[in-house]
Design a protein around this ligand. Structure first.
Ligand code: UGB
Length: 597
């Protein structure tokens, strides 16, 4: 009341709404009119933003929170009435005829796709100081995740248009969801690297906003302990991507331009694009409205399990059950071992890698109905078993993979399982946590993420007929990893397995201690024997035939201590640096035909 005269009508409406929703404490310690009035304006500006950024406004957020907090206090099972079972999906085997067929379909479809990277998370589990997309995916070439993703999208764009002999090349749209934590550094990374070769207009950044924190079971909004005019906020989760896309108007623009697919992916999976063409091919061939990529999952691994849920009333859905919910759900429904491995050595539930392929038409239809709102959850950390107070404020969260929860039973929801060595090696865990991962489970660290790229490339070349030596094992940052030859190539050299087979002919061999960097498009190998380091850089117009024997001291891994703060953080989190002892480097900067013997 004492501040009424300084408020605008909009501010009065917001204040009334807050009072109506039980938030009078927000104003309890306000100064008299005329004192700290600027801060009061800032408060209302923040309330207005929070109100505008949530589907249904802040009142809807508070009401939803109150309901979810009541359910959580009562220990209500979010899966009440549902029985879990193992769903059936498309299981692909790398390199077989089926896989090759799906890859070819996928490359053709790519010109009708838009890609969306969710990169608003700071990666608290990794504890890295910068944005995760700026981290090198591997340190042989130093290519960062964002650069790799853009190179893959551009290569897909080119390959897709070439396959269809398209005279009017398309530009595949690329959206990055950022947050206050990641927006500016992501933009800077793009701008300082000329958008890694993508046209600036092809990339759109959509920033997600945080949501209000809550102090108690009545969903009373939390104030910043150091500022009584500021509401505490926290991230709402990757599920925001759907409402942001809906509000951006991009979906209709894409639809009008003839696009058919939207592919969502996460910030640090250096293998992902090896799985994209085949899974897009599955979506197109099977007519899936929703296709989730999955890999065999080890029990207790921190990735969700794709699960079929059947309700007592007959409803069914195939959905991700998050890793912390799978074990209790299984125990409550008669599986006394909970989340455990079966005779295959893996959990029977495929692991969700949060790569979703949605068909654009049905997606737009659904979002027109929901406005992008996604099923939310709350995860308060209670002080004690009375569940009456929290250790720290909480907030509602949502996950992008919960999108299918509101779909009608007629929706075609499927999933595609790939080998983990081909499709999934995220960088999520810091060295100390990674070293504690149970033996046999993936570390999901910067060390394992880099090693996985070398292993995948080695296995692909092996499948194409190259003699690749067996790996050795090494321990970096307390993690035992397989060390394969350090083979890397640009996506334009080979996007799919048939590209590799065309470029690698008979009689090639690579020793375990070797490094091979293929930085060009038309580089062909026949009868190469490599024992050391070979780097080939060639413009697309140069056709290079590589043969003969290359032997030198090569490049070696030198272990380092992750607590040695004199070293760059990018290296410390891997536990090694590369010592460049000797290499053969060949550059082909002019068009023409060349031979490297
Ligand atoms: N992210 C955002 O863009 N905004 C946010 O507010 C939060 C995150 P995490 P998480 O693939 O291994 C997911 O933190 O949430 C981005 C799945 O839920 O790395 O623990 C963030 O930048 C889980 O089912 O993962 O677990 C990043 O790109 C499982 O599949 C992405 O969202 C697991 O990923 C994921 O955020 C996995």
């Amino acid at each position: 009341q004492k501040n009424l005269r300084i408020l605008t009508q909009d501010q009065i409406d917001l204040a009334k709404m807050l009072l109506h929703e039980g938030q009078s404490h927000l104003f309890a310690n306000w100064a008299e009119q005329g004192v700290e009035d600027e801060k009061k304006t800032c408060f209302f500006n923040q309330v207005s933003r929070l109100n505008a950024n949530y589907p249904g406004g802040l009142a809807a957020y508070i009401q939803k929170a109150r309901q979810l907090l009541t359910d959580s206090k009562a220990g209500k099972n979010p899966f009440e009435g549902f029985t879990p079972s193992v769903p059936s999906g498309e299981v692909l085997t790398f390199g077989d005829d089926n896989f090759i067929m799906f890859e070819e379909v996928g490359v053709k479809e790519a010109r009708k796709a838009a890609f969306v990277l969710v990169a608003g998370g700071l990666g608290e589990r990794l504890g890295y100081n910068g944005i995760k997309v700026a981290l090198p995916s591997e340190t042989t070439t130093g290519t960062c995740f964002l650069q790799n993703y853009i190179a893959c999208i551009l290569a897909l764009q080119e390959a897709s248009c070439k396959l269809l002999e398209d005279k009017y090349p398309v530009e595949i749209p690329f959206v990055i969801m950022t947050s206050d934590d990641t927006h500016t550094p992501t933009l800077k990374l793009l701008e300082s690297n000329s958008f890694f070769g993508m046209k600036p207009g092809q990339v759109k950044l959509l920033k997600q906003e945080k949501v209000a924190c809550l102090d108690d079971n009545d969903a009373r909004i939390a104030l910043d302990p150091n500022d009584k005019y500021m509401i505490q906020t926290k991230p709402h989760g990757h599920g925001d991507v759907h409402s942001l896309l809906y509000n951006s108007g991009l979906l209709n623009i894409w639809h009008d331009a003839g696009l058919r697919w939207v592919l969502f992916f996460q910030d640090t999976n250096g293998l992902l694009f090896k799985a994209i063409p085949a899974s897009l091919g599955v979506s197109a061939t099977k007519g899936y409205h929703v296709n989730s990529l999955a890999v065999p999952r080890k029990a207790k691994e921190a990735i969700g399990g794709i699960t079929k849920l059947t309700h007592a009333d007959g409803r069914t859905m195939v959905i991700n059950v998050e890793y912390n919910q799978l074990d209790p759900l299984l125990r409550e429904t008669g599986h006394s071992d909970g989340d455990s491995n079966c005779e295959t050595g893996y959990s029977p539930f495929p692991g969700n890698i949060n790569q979703l392929i949605l068909e654009l038409g049905p997606y737009i239809k659904e979002l027109n109905r929901t406005h992008g709102a996604i099923a939310e959850f709350v995860n308060p950390k209670y002080k004690d078993s009375s569940k009456t107070s929290f250790k720290s404020s909480t907030r509602l969260e949502c996950m992008m993979q919960d999108y299918p929860k509101t779909l009608p039973p007629t929706a075609r929801v499927g999933f595609t399982v790939m080998d983990a060595w081909l499709a999934y090696a995220p960088v999520k865990n810091n060295p100390e946590d990674a070293a504690k991962v149970p033996k046999g489970n993936p570390y999901h660290s910067a060390t394992s993420g880099e090693m996985a790229i070398y292993r995948a490339n080695s296995l692909i070349l092996r499948k194409a007929g190259v003699q690749i030596a067996d790996p050795t094992t090494a321990v970096f940052n307390g993690q035992e990893v397989e060390v394969w030859p350090r083979i890397t190539w640009k996506p334009k050299w080979a996007l799919i397995f048939s590209d590799v087979k065309k470029k690698v002919k008979k009689g090639c061999s690579v020793s375990q201690r070797s490094t091979l960097v293929i930085n060009g498009e038309n580089i062909y190998f026949e009868g190469l024997s490599l024992d050391g380091t070979l780097l080939i850089n060639a413009v697309s117009e140069a056709e290079v035939q590589v043969t003969g024997s290359v032997k030198n001291k090569g490049w070696a891994f030198k272990p380092i201590d992750y607590k040695d703060y004199s070293l760059p953080e990018e290296n410390r989190i891997r536990g090694f640096v590369i010592e460049k002892l000797e290499q053969l480097e060949k550059n082909y900067s002019e068009p023409g035909q060349f031979s490297l013997q």
